[in-house]
Design a protein around this ligand. Structure first.
Ligand code: MEV
Length: 422
């Protein structure tokens, strides 16, 4: 029988049984199986409960960005990321920011939106108002789903009903506005949306299809600002101006904005991952918020104040939680929360926003000055040396020589390795 990926009941098998199938499929050696069998901090039983069809766990580096002050308090920022220069960037930029007192934050609170889509409504505008008339009933049904959340001061607080024009005619879209307290809230709001959907369908005589949260969590915004004293740019004043020009470029041009925001997300996603939160939700929220005017643009803003100091700000949705998700389950995420010392999801979200702004400060500082390659090169050269087969002290020797020669390439690493091994 040939190789097939059709494996009925794969999810019901044990980790060992799955491993055996994958081994045969990919013709894995003993050594490769030993790599798959290695275990880190997340034990395999826990991993097997977190997602489906588990065969192992996967590690990434966990680094700490130092120097961060947010709202007058010192924080160490745990970051999980595969890319070099990300942690160094936040550390360096956070040091620069200390001269102006660090970062300052605020937020709108942990408020999520769930959407209920109704189609085939003959009088969508009349239906819209009928739903508003049912607001108390809707909120009541929603809140019955999660008495604990309500007890903690959260729960469904309001509704918003929109009529949208689509390729298939008008649709009535009901938004349920839910305070999810310290949870990211996806489960809570999706359960509420599913519970009220049949009533909505009946009251407006329409066909309800989707009942799901929106990742454009624009009622759950975090904001952060920073002032970098002009003295931080002594001898390189034009770099400060270059950074403001860099912002204007990102503000005006989606091609640049994509990269500018990617740099911001380097910091945000790395911190979100470390805390065990859903980084795709944060990324979807960030990029959709960056497009809210109809043109994709920068998530940050950089300008010069009357002193000539550099002022940066950021505003974006931040749906992160401290309960639910992997945050309480993954042993390292629990430790990360302890290192951060945060007590509420709102505080966590604000910190992550500040890290995004800090990462952007680092990137623009490098890009408007010497460029980013110089900083990247040392770690990059080491990675290339390892990829070419260097081990032990040969890694540093090969990397050092490639940097001196300004040739950081696989072929050169392989040549040098041969030469040094002689
Ligand atoms: C690289 O991961 C991130 C940068 O490209 C961000 C930017 O260009 O602003 C350096």
């Amino acid at each position: 029988m040939g190789r097939t990926s059709r494996i009925p009941g794969f999810h019901k098998l044990s980790v060992e049984e799955r491993l055996k199938i994958v081994r045969e499929f990919a013709e894995l050696s003993e050594d490769e199986m030993a790599v798959l069998g290695k275990r880190g901090h997340l034990d395999i039983q826990t991993a097997d409960r977190m997602i489906e069809n588990v065969i192992g766990t996967f590690e990434l580096p966990l680094g700490i960005a130092a120097n961060m002050i947010i709202n007058g308090k010192d924080y160490l920022i745990p970051m999980v990321v595969e890319e070099s220069s990300v942690v160094a960037g936040v550390t360096n930029a956070a040091r620069m920011a200390r001269s102006g007192g660090g970062f300052f934050t605020s937020s709108t609170g942990p408020v999520m939106i769930a959407q209920i889509q109704a189609v085939n409504v003959t009088d969508p505008y009349g239906a819209r108002l009928r739903l508003y008339e049912k607001k108390d009933e809707i909120l009541g049904i929603a809140n019955e789903q999660d008495p604990i959340l309500v007890e903690m001061g959260g729960g469904a607080k309001d509704i918003e009903v929109r009529v949208i024009e689509t390729a298939l005619g008008p649709m009535v879209i009901t938004h349920l506005i839910v305070d999810t307290r310290d949870a990211m809230g996806a489960n809570a709001v999706n359960t509420m949306a599913e519970a009220i959907a049949p009533y909505v369908g009946e009251w407006i005589n329409g066909r309800v299809y989707l009942r799901i949260l929106s990742n454009l969590a624009d009622r759950r915004l975090v904001r952060a600002s920073v002032r970098v004293k002009k003295e931080e740019f002594k001898g390189a004043e034009e770099v400060l101006d270059g950074m403001v020009y860099a912002w204007a470029f990102a503000d005006a041009d989606p091609y640049r904005a994509a990269t500018h925001n990617k740099g911001i997300m380097n910091g945000i996603s790395a911190t979100v991952i470390a805390t065990g939160n859903d980084f795709r939700a944060i990324e979807a929220g960030a990029h959709s918020y960056a497009s809210r005017t109809g043109r994709y643009s920068s998530l940050t803003h950089w300008e010069k104040d009357q002193n000539g100091d550099l002022v940066g700000t950021i505003e974006l949705p931040m749906a992160v939680g401290l309960i639910g998700g992997a945050t309480k389950i993954h042993p390292l995420s629990r430790l990360v929360i302890k290192i951060l010392g945060v007590k509420t999801a709102t505080e966590l979200g604000e910190i992550i926003g500040a890290v995004g702004l800090c990462q952007n400060l680092a990137a623009l500082r490098a890009l408007a000055g010497e460029g980013i390659q110089k900083g990247h090169m040392s770690l990059h050269a080491k990675n290339i040396a390892v990829a070419a087969g260097a081990t032990g002290d040969l890694i540093d020797r090969v990397a050092k020589r490639m940097i001196e020669e300004g040739k950081i390439r696989m072929d050169r690493a392989a040549e040098l390795l041969k030469e040094f091994k002689k």
